[in-house]
Design a protein around this ligand. Structure first.
Ligand SMILES: Cc1cc2nc3c(=O)[nH]c(=O)nc-3n(C[C@H](O)[C@H](O)[C@H](O)COP(=O)(O)O)c2cc1C
Length: 212
């Protein structure tokens, strides 16, 4: 089975998407040919798109941008569509792992609809995937401690997905939140993310809260 694993985060540095894809790969049985690809800010060259079109499975990982797909991924999908139609890829299955900054993974539902519609247009099977909320916490943790930590449900969903991928079986969509209360998420985000970021950029809380 040839599997294309695409990280479509436009971030040039380490991405939360990458951490989730690494965790998924750890659970895919040995013996499959996995082609890992980082999209970056531009689309792939035509030769790479043609290679992807000959794979059996595509797993696209990406961050939610304004309730939808980042524009680099959108451009790539438009270009890939032609290659897929030329290859007659009716047996190909496409899964998505989408992570978003807000707490609720369900925020990714419109992006999943976009992927699903694109699959119908490109003539490939939509396999579902995972919509994960609280994505920036994954990056803060640096390493994915899925089994026991805040993302244990995610770990289980990744294992289920990894077992279905070699069969090309549709798995449905799992929307997941971090395993701790929403108010704590707000507190941690304010104190460990937004305020330090504001300070780093030379802003004081007073200035942020002041009227324009
Ligand atoms: C331009 C931009 C738009 C974003 N839009 C949303 C959004 O609509 N909803 C949301 O929950 N998070 C949004 N986010 C947050 C990202 O989805 C989140 O930080 C994600 O974990 C980044 O993943 P990455 O490290 O793989 O790029 C946005 C981030 C950026 C930079």
């Amino acid at each position: 089975m040839k599997i294309s694993l695409i990280n479509a985060s436009p971030k040039m540095s380490a991405s939360n998407t990458g951490i989730l894809l690494d965790a998924l790969v750890r659970h895919i049985a040995a013996g499959h040919e996995i082609h890992r690809r980082r999209l970056g800010r531009k689309t792939f060259a035509t030769e790479v798109l043609r290679e992807i079109a000959t794979d059996d499975v595509i797993i696209m990982g990406f961050p939610l941008y304004v309730d939808a797909l980042p524009s680099n991924l959108l451009s790539m999908l438009i270009a890939l569509e032609d290659c897929l139609k030329a290859e007659d890829c009716g047996e190909m299955t496409v899964y998505a792992i989408i992570n978003n900054g807000f707490y609720e993974g369900r925020q990714t539902c419109i992006a999943f609809e976009i992927v699903q519609n694109w699959c119908a247009r490109a003539g490939v099977r939509f396999g579902g995937g995972i919509g994960q909320g609280g994505g920036e916490i994954i990056g803060v943790m640096k390493k994915f401690h899925g089994a026991y930590g805040l993302f244990r449900q995610t770990e289980r969903a990744l294992i289920a997905l990894a077992h279905s991928i070699p069969e090309g079986m549709p798995v449905g969509i799992r929307y997941l939140n971090p395993a701790f209360p929403r108010f704590l998420f707000g507190f941690l985000a304010r104190h460990f993310f937004w305020r330090p970021l504001a300070r780093k950029n030379g802003l004081r809380m007073k200035a942020l809260l002041g009227k324009a």
